[in-house]
Design a protein around this ligand. Sequence first.
Ligand code: FPP
Ligand code: MG
Length: 308
Amino acid sequence: MIQTELKPLLTSISDFDLKTYLTTEKELVEKALDESLPLGKPEKIYEAMRYSLLAGGKRLRPILCLATAQLLGEKKIIAMPTACALEMIHTMSLIHDDLPAMDNDDYRRGRLTNHKVYGEDIAILAGDGLLAYAFEYVAENTKNISAERIVKVLAILGKAVGAEGLVGGQVMDLDCEGKSDVTAETLTFIHRRKTGALLEACVSCGAVLAGASSDDLTRLSIYAQNIGLAFQIIDDILDVTATSEELGKTAGKDISAQKATYPKLWGIETSQAKAEELVKDAIEQLVVYGEKALPLQAIAQYIVQRKN
Ligand code: FPP
Ligand code: MG
């Protein structure tokens, strides 16, 4: 799409009241998450799982899943169990990422990390518990959707978590720590798996639940891959430019842990420009859906404008 055609679209996206949209959706998700995991026995493990699952956060992943189902004409409520499962998986990955054996972080979402409160043993198990429960929760609670679509969703989730997704990305990330010769290709490989795979799963799961065509799935996957990479580039920039208070986690961690980052490779300005380019492409992918795509397009734009 040429620049002049994109301009009116960018204006409608800026006019879309994303703040109200995200606040309303987040409230729905918070309520669903709270109800998804009641306290059970042994209480200690349920408390540890709930501590991190209900610690707030932007809830972008479940919101992306709900918004995609809605874009394709489904009632968003049918995607709520999957949306909750995606947040369970995201939360477990953060609990494990913060462990001393990984990034050894003390703060997450503005509060002490899980292992700082419950100890390493329980934090590992809380992560495991959330991961297993995510799959159970989708299988048990998704209503009025064919078994075939539910199985597809479970397969997408499994792939996003495993060695082709989060696990593989995290292994490469740990491997590259302290290395000064990490290329942009390797960094992109890491982030497409560590962050991108789950973001793509959010959109693909919402799409599959709503009966997406293969054209829909292709367009939405490209949208998601682009916003996933843009999200990570901005994360790297914020690690250098924002404060720990703004981020709710330790700022400047990438430098102290000698992580490869986009600002280190390209500088802040070029990194920001690349993120904006990726978001522009993501927005263009959804033009065929007209106004219905505004929430997903506005979320894409928010990803490059966010301050935490
Ligand atoms: C945060 O990245 C970490 C992730 C996005 C995922 C990490 C993945 C794992 C720990 C594998 C989890 C295991 C399973 C089974 C899914 P970051 O450290 O760059 O960002 P941060 O500053 O928010 O910590
Ligand atoms: Mg980390």
